[in-house]
Write a protein that binds this ligand. Structure first.
Ligand code: VGL
Ligand code: ZN
Length: 205
């Protein structure tokens, strides 16, 4: 079954959000267009408790963009974003949600971040998406959303590790690109690992 996974189209990652992805709102229209072509559509939400380890505000003396070590893994510190049950964590109102079967939440453990929609960064806990897709015999997945070099990239890499044939709809993704070239490097890494890069045009036609 061909499945679309919509990544983190949440207010905090969009215009005037606390962790705004430049041009992030441009993904909404292609997502709304493309949805009808899929038998199954799921979405993900970054869904942090207020005491989340990735928030600079929880580390006195640290600021946004600083790195710390968490369980020996590099952790970038972010502004507070996608706090559970706040407006910033909601999917954007212009996103057509009528076809979304289920929403999966990530980053819920205060102690560990999770860019991937499948597992947390220590690969310890699962969001339930893997078993959900396996249970429906999904083999082909298409991924679009925010942000290209974080959630999209790590979700794509996990998806391929899990054996899904994985497509990235490039014009349906936007990245932060805080270091110029981050987005391109992320796309290169995904391709090198076996992801197929497609455009929404190609998928529809
Ligand atoms: C993300 C930064 C922090 C993402 C989540 O979903 O791409 N980026 N938290
Ligand atoms: Zn986050």
């Amino acid at each position: 079954m061909k499945t679309l996974i919509i990544i983190d189209v949440q207010n905090d990652f969009l215009k005037n959000g606390s962790l705004e992805v430049p041009y992030g709102n441009e993904v909404i229209e292609p997502i709304n267009q493309i949805m009808k072509n899929y038998e199954l559509v799921v979405a993900t939400k970054d869904w942090h408790p207020l005491n989340h380890v990735s928030f600079a505000s929880n580390h006195p003396g640290k600021k946004n963009g600083d790195f710390i070590k968490v369980n020996n893994l590099d952790q970038i510190l972010w502004p507070d974003h996608c706090v559970q049950n706040t407006p910033g964590a909601e999917l954007h109102s212009e996103l057509d949600q009528s076809n979304i079967t289920r929403v999966f939440h990530k980053g819920t453990d205060p102690e560990i971040d999770s860019y991937s929609t499948f597992f947390d960064s220590a690969q310890r806990n699962s969001t339930g998406l893997k078993n959900f897709l396996r249970g429906l015999y999904v083999n082909n997945i298409y991924i679009m959303g925010l942000a290209t070099e974080y959630c999209v990239k790590f979700s794509v890499l996990d998806a391929m590790r899990l054996g899904f044939v994985t497509h990235v709809i490039e014009d349906g993704c936007r990245g932060i690109d805080s270091c110029a070239g981050d987005v391109q490097r992320a796309l290169d890494t995904m391709v090198k690992q076996g992801a197929k890069i497609v455009t929404s045009q190609e998928v529809v036609s």
